[in-house]
Design a protein. Structure first.
Length: 416
């Protein structure tokens, strides 16, 4: 205003206008920076408040999660994206309701929560059908959370729906129902369920498996007719009550005879044996040499074991030598002549009989040394003279010859 002239005035006005424009831009920039800083400060404060609220909520919410079968790590991702600070703070007073609120806001968490609730309802039903959760878990993982919520009101119907959509699950449930109906009868027949399980697992016809519920006896017979192994095991199990008393009478155990019965492929022979078990067992002992040998050794043991013990031998050493002895008839007759049989066993020439022969020879030498006099009365009275040594050697040789002659005579008697 102090400079006159229009032109100068306009120049000054232009200058003031430029300065005002620059100042306006500067102020706007500073205002934006201040707003951004304020917004960042508020955001940091909210994050800190959310973190503090979540930390305060964890001790209250964790017991509810454990009751539902969940862990804190299962709900933590859903809490990280939960925006309402007020609801987080209010959740301290009602954590169960807050958990339902999280399930409504997160589909992934809702599916996990509802799946665990459905698992607790389905597991007893699956156990009655001899199945477990792992059989249905892959199918349940394909369902939506809303469908699983509906299943909570009808778990049995939901399981039937799953079985209708999966042939594998349908067969597994049918086999489980068949086991419940069939297992008591299988145990009553003297079999173990493991004998029947492989045959059941090989059946794919669901209708046939379901027929076991109405008539398990016919179902078991049908299985046995279609499977030779099961038919043989069933025949042996039915024969056991009649045959086992005869087996025990011969000092045997059922485990000694069962492998022999399993080697019989003709099921009709095993079935017919129930009518005359005594005759069947007699024929079995005659035709099966290992069984006859085992019976003969068991009958010989009470007679031979004291003789072997007297000679300083263990029964295990004698039995191992008998196992190499081929003549079953001689083992049977040895009950009447155990001493002679032990000597014959020592001279049989088998690898395991050499130890027995060495032991008997050492016993004879000790007996001969104990029986021979060290000096004679007619000698000069001093020990160790040539005459007494010669007589002692002569007596020893005579005793050895006598022992060998007796052994040969006994061997001839046993052979005849």
């Amino acid at each position: 205003r102090s400079i006159p002239g229009c032109k100068t005035t306009f120049v000054l006005m232009d200058c003031h206008t430029g300065c005002l424009a620059l100042f306006t831009v500067f102020v706007a920039k500073k205002c934006r920076e201040l707003e951004d800083a304020r917004a960042g400060r508020i955001a940091r404060q909210r994050r800190a408040a959310r973190t503090a609220a979540i930390q305060q909520l964890q001790p209250e919410l964790e017991p509810v999660l454990i009751h539902e079968g969940l862990e804190w790590t299962d709900v933590e991702p859903a809490l990280e994206v939960y925006e309402s600070l007020e609801k987080l703070q209010a959740a301290l007073f009602n954590p169960s309701a807050f958990l339902e609120e999280i399930a409504r806001s997160s589909q992934a968490f809702a599916k996990k929560l509802v799946s665990l609730r459905l698992k607790r309802q389905l597991e007893p039903i699956l156990a009655r059908a001899c199945c477990d959760w792992f059989d249905v878990e892959p199918l349940i993982s394909t369902c939506e959370a809303d469908e699983l919520r509906t299943a909570l009101f009808g778990p049995a119907e939901f399981l039937e729906k799953l079985a209708g959509s999966s042939d594998v699950l349908n067969r597994k449930l049918a086999r489980g129902h068949a086991k419940l109906a069939l297992e008591p009868m299988v145990l009553q027949q003297g079999l173990d369920w493991n004998d029947v399980q492989p045959v059941i697992d090989s059946v794919d016809d669901v209708n046939f498996l379901n027929s076991a519920i109405s008539d398990p006896g016919v179902f078991l017979e049908t299985l046995a007719e279609a499977n030779e192994t099961l038919s043989q095991k069933l025949a042996i199990a039915r024969l056991k009550p009649e045959l086992e008393p005869l087996v025990v009478k011969d000092a045997l155990a059922w485990s000694d005879v069962e492998p022999v019965l399993c080697s019989i492929d003709n099921i009709e022979i095993l079935t017919a044996a129930r009518s005359d078990p005594t005759e069947f067992f007699s024929v079995l002992k005659e035709r099966h040499e290992p069984l006859a040998r085992q019976i003969a050794v068991l009958q010989l043991k009470p007679e031979l074991e004291p003789v072997a013990s007297k000679e300083g031998l263990e029964w295990s050493e004698v039995q191992s030598a008998i196992d190499e002895f081929s003549n079953v008839e001689k083992i049977k007759h040895a009950v009447s002549f155990p001493e002679a049989f032990l000597k014959a066993l020592a001279s049989s020439g088998t690898p395991r009989s050499e130890k027995i022969a060495d032991q008997l020879k050492a016993n004879r030498q000790r007996a001969a040394a104990a029986a021979s006099p060290r000096f004679s009365k007619s000698d000069s009275g001093s020990m160790g003279t040539p005459r007494s040594a010669a007589r002692s050697q002569m007596n020893t040789n005579y005793l050895f010859q006598l022992a060998h002659m007796s052994s040969a005579a006994i061997n001839r008697r046993v052979k005849t």
